[in-house]
Design a protein around this ligand. Structure first.
Ligand code: SIN
Length: 276
């Protein structure tokens, strides 16, 4: 097995493993270690059925079924991330971390590339541990006392599903009623590293503050977190299987392939309650 960092700050490619054939415990321990060290791992050259994809994800934890994504036929635990040639929007085009709107957010998401456009369709990632560490001590001491409200309502709720392009890809809009409150800086449950835990898609305000009061500071943090030196770019190949840490990274899927299909399968893994 070979592990190759993608950038100085985030991400690693893993070559020479075959999840369909099975991974022994020693190899899996090294893959898990790479996941915690790099935040995003991209396991190249896999050939997986949905059952094998689920089995790979279960090595990391129990499956979390996303209630909003349309599942793959016959596989309720596998979400479809599809863009057809005639669709304008793609899924996940704004910076976010999956499931921060849940009281117990997902550990990570495992995305498997089935069909890719001839060019484009990369995914960008950024490292929220670095985003935290590069703040001044003054700002850190203010943020460390704050909690933030995260919501799914404005992303998956009925108002958003008025758009037919989105309605075709998502379901259960009436279930987008839950908000969750998390510390603004969390202690990563596995690595112990402190991580800035707000994101542009789901964080709506600081707890106890109005949206108007929160916006300038949140916008400043959102700009800071996507400094190019914190990030990496994943260039997909058919058969690439990426796993990203939802507690330590954000991601954004580029929508730069008009007129082409991109089809991925996503499995989300259960996490634990987050604390400061
Ligand atoms: C997502 O946000 O889960 C999708 C990412 C991608 O399609 O690259």
């Amino acid at each position: 097995m070979e592990i190759r960092p993608i950038s100085e700050s985030l991400g690693a490619e893993i070559l020479g493993v075959d999840f369909a054939a099975g991974i022994d415990d020693g190899t899996f321990a090294r893959i898990r270690e790479a996941f915690h060290e790099h935040g995003v791992i991209v396991i190249r050259d896999q050939t997986l059925t949905p059952d094998q994809h689920l089995a790979a994800a279960r090595r990391f934890g129990a499956i979390n079924v996303n209630r909003f994504f349309t599942p793959v036929a016959g596989y309720p635990e596998v979400a479809e991330v599809r863009k057809e040639p005639d669709q304008e929007r793609n899924i996940g085009s704004n910076w976010h971390t999956d499931h921060s709107y849940d009281e117990v957010p997902a550990l990570g998401s495992m995305l498997y590339a089935l069909e890719l456009p001839p060019a484009g369709g990369d995914t960008l990632f950024t490292n929220l541990g670095l985003a935290w560490e590069t703040l001044s001590d003054g700002l850190k001491s203010v943020l460390a006392k704050l909690r933030a409200v995260h919501s799914s309502r404005h992303v998956f709720g009925p108002a958003r599903m008025a758009d037919p392009d989105l309605r075709a890809r998502f379901r259960n809009a009436e279930q987008a009623v839950q908000d969750a409150v998390h510390p603004v800086v969390i202690r990563h449950p596995e690595t112990g590293r402190r991580v800035l835990y707000v994101n542009p898609s789901f964080t709506v305000r600081f707890d106890g503050w109005t949206r108007e009061e929160s916006k300038p500071m949140l916008d400043w943090l959102f700009d800071h977190a996507v400094r190019p030196e914190f990030g990496c770019r994943v260039r997909w190949r058919k058969g690439s299987l990426a796993l990203w840490d939802n507690r330590a990274t954000w991601h954004m899927a580029l929508n730069d392939y008009p007129g082409h299909r991109r089809l991925m399968h996503r499995v989300t893994i259960e996490g634990t309650r987050l604390s400061a």
